[in-house]
Design a protein around this ligand. Structure first.
Ligand code: GLU
Length: 473
């Protein structure tokens, strides 16, 4: 528990859950079961460092719910990892999957290390050993529990996991489905890497297209011209910034743990990323102003604030100084329940994590389906669609006596590639979820904020599926 927080991260998830649960009509027993973490596996294992010393590693995998199988959720590498944090993150996965209709239970894993302090060889040993510990206890498998990337992990770690799993399970035809977020060459799906950031963009774009919501905030509809601040330039922050910029928004502030920069004319995330790679810091980017503390970025005057790093960054202490009109929670748990109360009073719209950052797990679902079906998306229909389009276009041209341009021909003829299908599946998922949550909120005047509406949506879905299982006759 952090010193400024009156309760732990898991307790804060429970608090938000209870706030919403009161507004539903489900049996208290069902609600209690939904809230509880079903299984917690805490492990310790030794690893020999490159310098010959032996270090004992602390790691976790939590399965919050099995109302749908398998469990699903990332694995994070961070010094802050502890059981409470992993439990909180696993719970958020249950609600997240339910809201976006991805048929998984919630899970999460964590290894308590700062990956920057380890060599690639050491990280590989730790990841492989962690995987074999999961295999030993039956905590991983395409039908049991399917990890994915999270803070501090990426495609590389997922490749090590699938390789370790497959070598321990010879002949398991669906082994590739034991983990998602893999490199495309190892059974990954195109579009997974940018999925969370793209999902954040689709969700916020949908909110910004709602005229009544924007009018209440005193903002014009649409993304174009909106001033955006992004905290965190990791995979999620980088891609969120990219999609907002490409849609015509201005990314006026970017923050990383060493500091923050601002430029009212807009920043290009790729240029900032390259500058950081070269100089080791986000600071002193040409044309931008340095901010004294990285947390100053959270208090900048802007339209949309995207916290895309870690939990608890906006709390009761700094929330009163937040000037954004919309907060898009790209990270898991960036705002505490105290911050939520401040946002309600100030009329700030907080678009909650557990649906806004669901793009990652949604595309993980597509990857898992690809692995189980053993075929790339688009393989069966691409050519067929192109042939059909060619016939239709030929007919239209024949009947009208006019020819389309080469560019238009390309657009009309194009049959879907894997990445087209993944992006459109994600877009559909995020738009539907945004509308569903907004409907719930509008139809119940007792719901104070969008987070509570999202929880109500999640509870409705999980409770229904428990009842359908016949556990609570
Ligand atoms: N770690 C991501 C999350 O928090 C993705 C999880 C997944 O793809 O299973 O949602």
């Amino acid at each position: 528990m952090s010193s400024q927080q009156p309760y732990s991260f898991f307790q804060s998830v429970e608090k938000s859950f209870d706030k919403a649960a009161k507004l539903t009509k489900f049996d208290p027993g069902i609600l209690e079961q939904i809230k509880a973490c079903n299984s917690v596996y805490q492990m310790r294992f030794p690893v020999k460092r490159d310098n010959g010393t032996i270090e004992v590693i602390e790691a976790y995998r939590v399965q919050h719910s099995q109302h749908k199988s398998p469990c699903k959720g990332g694995i994070r590498f961070s010094e802050e990892v502890n059981q409470d944090e992993v439990m909180a993150l696993a719970s958020l996965m249950t609600y997240k999957c339910a809201i976006v209709n991805v048929p998984f239970g919630g899970g999460k894993g964590g290894i308590k290390i700062n990956p920057r302090n380890y060599s690639v060889y050491e990280l590989e040993k730790i990841t492989r050993r962690y995987t074999s510990e999961l295999v030993k206890k039956n905590f991983i498998g395409p039908g049991i529990d399917v990890p994915a990337p999270d803070y501090g992990t990426g495609e590389r770690e997922m490749a090590w996991i699938v390789d370790t799993y497959a070598s321990l399970k010879p002949g398991e035809i669906d082994a590739a489905g034991c983990v998602t977020g893999k490199p495309v060459t190892q059974g990954g799906v195109r579009g997974r890497k940018e999925a969370t950031g793209l999902g954040v963009f689709f969700g916020i774009r949908e909110v910004c297209n709602m005229q009544d919501v924007m009018a209440k905030l005193g903002l014009s509809t649409g993304i174009e011209g909106k001033r955006v601040v992004v905290q965190g330039l990791g995979n999620v922050g980088y891609h969120s910034a990219k999609f907002f910029r490409e849609a015509g928004a201005k990314v006026i502030g970017l923050a990383e743990y060493e500091g923050a920069i601002m430029n009212p004319d807009g920043l290009n995330e790729e240029e900032v990323f390259q500058h950081r790679k070269k100089t080791g810091s986000i600071l002193n980017f040409p044309g931008a102003t340095n901010l004294a503390k990285n947390s100053d970025a959270l208090e900048m005057e802007c339209d949309i604030l995207i916290p895309a790093a870690l939990e608890n960054v906006i709390n009761g202490e700094n929330a009163p100084r937040v000037k954004a009109k919309i907060i898009g929670e790209a990270a898991n748990g960036p705002c505490t329940p105290e911050a939520d109360e401040v946002f309600i009073q100030k009329g700030i719209l907080c678009v909650p994590d557990m649906y806004l950052n669901a793009g990652g797990v949604t595309v993980s679902y597509f990857e898992w389906l690809k692995n189980l079906s053993h075929v790339r998306y688009g393989r069966m229909e691409k050519r067929f669609t192109e042939n059909q389009n060619s016939i239709i276009l030929g007919q239209i041209e024949g009947l009208t006596g006019k020819k389309v341009t080469e560019k238009e021909r390309g657009l009309i003829m194009h049959g879907p590639d894997e990445v087209d299908l993944v992006h459109s599946g994600l877009e559909e998922t995020m738009i539907t979820a945004t509308r569903e949550i907004m409907e719930i909120w509008k139809n119940n005047p007792d719901i104070p904020d969008m987070r509570t509406a999202a929880y109500v949506s999640a509870i409705n879905k999980v409770a229904t599926s428990y009842s359908e299982l016949g556990i609570f006759p």
